[in-house]
Design a protein around this ligand. Structure first.
Ligand SMILES: N[C@@H](CCC(=O)N[C@@H](CS)C(=O)NCC(=O)O)C(=O)O
Length: 219
C-alpha cells in the first residue's frame, strides 16, 4: 500500500479539519467516502482499520491513524517543511495541544451530544443545557483569542483548523452571535480567507448547516 488515504464524509467537522491540514501542507491524498449515516463505518472492512468506527481515518501507506487531532499532528510532524503548524518547542506544543483537547472535549462534544441523538434517534429538541454547552464553547474561544489573530497567538496552527471545522458547524444548532462573540466571528472570517478554506471546510460546513436547517428546536 502506498499514498495517503483519508476516509470520511465532507459534512463531518473532524474530517474537514484533516482536509484543512492536508491542503495547508499541499499533500496529495485520496478521499474515500465512508458515510456513518448509511452505516458504512460499521462494515467489517472499516472496523478492521478503526475499531472505534469513527471518521476521519487516515491510512498512510498502511499506517493507520484516527482521531482528527492525532491525524493533523501526525501529518505536520511527518510531512511539513517547518514546525509552524504544530511547533516542536515543548511549551508552544503544549499550548497548541490544549486548544486541540479543548476542541475534542468541549467544542466537538457539544456538537456530537446533539447530532448523535438527532441523526440516530430523531431527537429534534435541544435541551437548554446542551445549547449552553455550545455558548460556553464560543465564550471560552472568545477569551482564548484575546487580541490575537489565531487561537494560539500570532501563528496559524492545527488547533485553528480543528476548532474552525467545529465552530463553522455549530451554527446548525446555536447561532454564532457576532455581537456577543466578535473575536470568534473575526477569527473565522480570517480563516475563510485561506485559499484552500472553502473547498476543504466551507462547502461541507454549509452543507451540514443546510441539512439541519429547520429540523431542530431550542428548548
Ligand atoms: N474525536 C474524534 C471524533 C470523530 C467522530 O465522532 N466522528 C463522527 C462523525 S462527525 C463519527 O465517526 N461518528 C460515528 C461513530 O462514532 O460511530 C475525531 O476528532 O476524529
Amino acid at each position: 500500500m502506498s499514498g495517503i488515504v483519508l476516509y470520511g464524509l465532507n459534512i463531518s467537522p473532524p474530517v474537514r479539519a484533516c482536509q484543512l491540514t492536508l491542503r495547508a501542507l499541499e499533500l496529495e491524498y485520496e478521499f474515500k467516502e465512508v458515510n456513518p449515516l448509511a452505516g458504512e463505518h460499521l462494515t467489517e472492512e472499516f472496523l478492521k482499520k478503526n475499531p472505534q468506527h469513527t471518521i476521519p481515518l487516515l491510512d498512510d501507506g498502511g499506517d493507520l491513524v484516527w482521531d482528527s487531532h492525532a491525524i493533523a499532528c501526525y501529518l505536520v510532524d511527518k510531512y511539513a517543511q517547518s514546525d509552524e503548524l504544530y511547533p516542536k518547542d515543548l511549551v508552544k506544543r503544549s499550548q497548541v495541544n490544549q486548544r486541540l483537547y479543548f476542541d475534542a472535549s468541549v467544542l466537538f462534544m457539544a456538537l456530537r451530544n446533539i447530532c448523535v441523538p438527532y441523526f440516530y434517534n430523531n431527537v429534534t429538541e435541544i435541551p437548554r443545557e446542551k445549547a449552553d454547552n455550545i455558548r460556553d464553547g464560543y465564550g471560552h474561544l472568545e477569551t482564548f483569542l484575546g487580541e490575537n489573530p489565531y487561537v494560539n497567538g500570532d501563528t496559524l496552527t492545527v488547533a485553528d483548523f480543528c476548532c474552525a471545522a467545529t465552530v463553522s458547524t455549530l451554527p446548525a444548532f446555536v447561532e454564532l452571535d457576532a455581537e456577543k462573540y466578535p473575536k470568534v466571528t473575526a477569527w473565522l472570517k480570517r480563516l475563510q480567507e485561506l485559499p484552500y478554506y472553502e473547498e476543504a471546510n466551507g462547502v461541507g460546513a454549509t452543507e451540514y448547516v443546510e441539512l439541519l436547517k429547520g429540523q431542530l428546536t431550542l428548548l
